[in-house]
Design a protein around this ligand. Structure first.
Ligand code: ATP
Ligand code: ZN
Length: 286
């Protein structure tokens, strides 16, 4: 039988949709019924396992799954021995300490001798140890943000993205202790055949992620400002320059990374660029 690689993704939750979307963008086709535990692809030798995110690192360590997609927060908290293969750029969030909003806060010593509720005793314990703070960690598995109002704890350590959940529970964020995004993890002992499949998959993932973080830009410029504009533009090698039908003008095509995008556009306009078009890139292979 043909060798397949098996990947564990979250069954339903904040990672599920983007995990499956990424794999679909890699050209991998599959049917996933919501109730199903497994699915196979018909155009790539890969099998999917749909699990609770908390179980994924353990399954990957044991080799039940070869690969998995989880938040770094879960990966670090579980402390399983797996390889972190690639940061995937979605499900970005942070793990923060929060306290009732009317409390005065100066620094992390506030938590000395206090009771903190969290689902992340491992990450929190490590952080407090590094800071030399002794607190009582109260582990609970969910609804952490209500702990202070019911008298269970004086502070909490939980996942925050916008902060609105904290606010609606009368809490304020006082320290960020960990930053997280989705990561691809892998078993540390893949067979050569599976390692080759992983490489194939990774090649596609890189092309998709590179594409997402870059834009294809087309613009017009008078020929006498060409040199300045080419200096501003990076491009995969160097920008493409094509003559326009109008004498003395050119069209310039290039690729710009989103990190520098708006600064570059501003510089380009100042250098004489007109009619700037920005187009998304589906895949990019360097
Ligand atoms: P499960 O039922 O699988 O155990 P869960 O309730 O533990 O799910 P989710 O809330 O679906 O987990 O979150 C999964 C992961 O998504 C988290 O571990 C974290 O990495 C990330 N995440 C959590 N909250 C947010 C958020 N508000 N914004 C972005 N990412 C988030
Ligand atoms: Zn979970």
């Amino acid at each position: 039988m043909e060798v397949q690689i098996r990947i564990a993704v979250q069954k339903s939750g904040r990672l599920s949709e983007d995990s499956l979307k990424l794999l679909k963008e890699c050209g991998i086709k599959f049917n996933n019924g919501i109730k199903k535990l497994k699915a196979v692809s018909h155009n790539f030798p890969i099998e999917f396992l749909f699990l609770r995110d908390d179980d994924i690192p353990g399954y990957v360590e044991d080799g039940i799954a070869d690969l998995g997609i989880v938040g770094e927060n879960v990966h670090v908290e579980k402390g399983k021995s797996v390889d972190v293969i690639k940061k995937l750029g979605f499900s970005k969030c942070r793990l923060s300490l929060a306290i009732p909003k009317n409390e005065d806060y100066t620094d992390v010593n506030y938590f000395q001798g206090k009771n903190i509720a969290t689902s992340y005793p491992g990450i929190l314990g490590q952080y407090l140890k590094e800071k030399g703070v002794n607190s009582e960690i109260h582990e609970i598995s969910g609804s952490v943000e209500i702990a202070p109002s019911i008298g269970l704890a004086e502070g909490i350590c939980d996942i925050v993205s916008s902060g609105s959940t904290l606010m609606s529970n009368g809490l304020k964020e006082v320290e960020t202790i960990f930053k997280s995004e989705a990561v691809l993890i892998g078993n540390t002992d893949l067979s050569p055949e599976k390692a080759e499949l992983l490489n194939k998959l990774l090649f596609r993932i890189n092309a998709v992620l590179e594409g997402k973080s870059n834009k294809y830009v087309l613009l017009n410029a008078p020929n006498d400002s060409l040199e300045r504009i080419i200096d501003i533009l990076p491009g995969m090698r160097s920008p493409t320059v094509l003559p326009l039908a109008q004498e003395g003008w050119s069209s310039i095509h290039s690729v710009i990374n989103e990190d520098v995008f708006w600064d570059k556009i501003e510089e380009l306009r100042q250098a004489g660029a007109e009619g700037v078009l920005v187009v998304p890139i589906e895949k990019m292979i360097k």
